[in-house]
Design a protein around this ligand. Structure first.
Ligand code: UT7
Length: 330
């Protein structure tokens, strides 16, 4: 055993809003049906945050408060906060700053990471560098999105997929061999034409025309994104196994981004993993973008054991994708 400092997850918090948007309700809103949605995506329902002025940080605040309480952590001891999101409360200031203020993490500095569905994966890796280098001892990494704010509920190709939710983890140093072992991360900006939100940034600031043309909503060429996602997420998950000499038997769980059950199944198959080793809650929450991975860890927390080998993987807009190999620390 080496004495290397690794970043270990030492707690998880999670939050989803109460309102449940079912496939049956969507059938009344667009030309779709439960059978199509279930067979093509695996999704039955998603959660939606309702209420005027209720932004992503409302959910992130709840997740962080649960995390701090559960781990008995004084918010003033948190040194860095990284928030992965594509739906910040506002374009600026960063949501990490807003959440830190709301939860009393007053001594921390922080920033947002925008890497679409791979944002939480990217953020875990960024945070891990600060721990492994000995710079910090307590970092909160948040993955949260209020996708309902940027979804066009007249577009059946996107509105059936996404939902709202938030999760947060605490990262601390571990010298016993557990924690983050390896990461493979990628991006390819030429994929930007297949999954994006056109207006609202500096290229196309909001105008009456951008609003009328529904350009402030997610636009996705589903079939193309599916092809890239299914290949790249499976390959990178397999690659990180190989690189670390892991066989299917060595892996306790795959923690896959929840975009489509068919993508998750293909990834598990490439890794030769049986369904019971695959975390999945897409049927309940849909694709919460940056919320998917921490929400899975939150739901499975009680089943995880110290030393369990987890492979966390994601694919998303950008394109961005990657995998992390982590040994669970508690
Ligand atoms: O998390 C970020 C990364 N995103 C992803 O990984 C998403 C990747 N893409 C997907 O998950 C899938 O492509 C979708 C779920 C978005 C779509 O599934 P698909 O099996 O690729 O369907 P498709 O786009 O090829 O559409 C098949 C048919 C089309 O009709 P025609 O042309 O065959 O007559 C669509 O118009 O299904 C139609 N369709 C629908 N029918 C009922 C599209 N959306 C719907 C709908 N309900 N909601």
């Amino acid at each position: 055993m080496d004495n290397k400092i690794r970043a270990a997850i030492t707690g998880v918090g999670g939050y989803v809003p109460d309102y449940i948007l079912t496939n049956q309700e969507l059938e009344k809103m667009v030309d779709t049906n439960d059978e199509w949605i279930t067979s093509r995506t695996g999704i039955k329902e998603r959660r939606i945050l309702k209420g005027e002025g209720q932004g992503m940080s409302v959910m992130a605040e709840q997740a962080v408060n649960e995390l701090l309480a559960k781990t008995k952590t004084d918010p003033l001891d948190i040194e860095l906060v990284i928030c992965a999101t594509v739906t910040p409360d506002m374009i600026f200031p960063a949501s990490a700053n807003i959440i830190s203020d709301k939860t009393g993490m007053k001594n921390a500095w922080g920033f947002d990471v925008e890497a679409a569905c791979s944002g939480f994966l990217y953020s875990l890796n960024i945070a891990s560098q600060f721990i492994a280098s000995g710079t910090y001892k307590k970092i909160v990494v948040i993955g949260a999105d209020k996708m309902s704010a940027i979804i066009d509920y007249t577009n059946r190709e996107t509105c059936i997929i996404f939902g709202d939710g938030a999760g947060a983890v605490l990262l601390e140093p571990d010298t016993s061999g557990n924690g983050l072992q390896d990461a493979i991360l990628h991006s390819d900006g030429s994929g930007r034409q297949f999954l994006y939100q056109k207006a609202g940034g500096s290229a196309y600031p909001p105008t009456e025309e951008t609003v009328a043309k529904h350009e402030h909503y997610v636009i996705q060429e589903g079939k193309t994104v599916f092809k890239f996602a299914v290949t790249n997420m499976a390959e990178v998950s397999y690659q990180i196994m190989e690189r670390n000499n892991l066989k299917a038997d060595d892996i306790a769980y795959l923690v896959p981004h929840q975009a489509n059950k068919r993508i998750i199944d293909a990834t598990a198959q490439r890794m030769s993993l049986p369904p019971e080793k695959v975390m999945m809650n897409i049927h309940k929450y849909g694709n919460t973008t940056n919320g998917t991975i921490p929400l899975l860890l939150h739901e499975w927390e009680s089943k995880l054991k110290k030393g369990d080998n987890l492979i966390i993987s994601a694919f998303g807009g950008g394109f961005t994708w990657g995998a992390i190999y982590l040994k669970w620390a508690y």
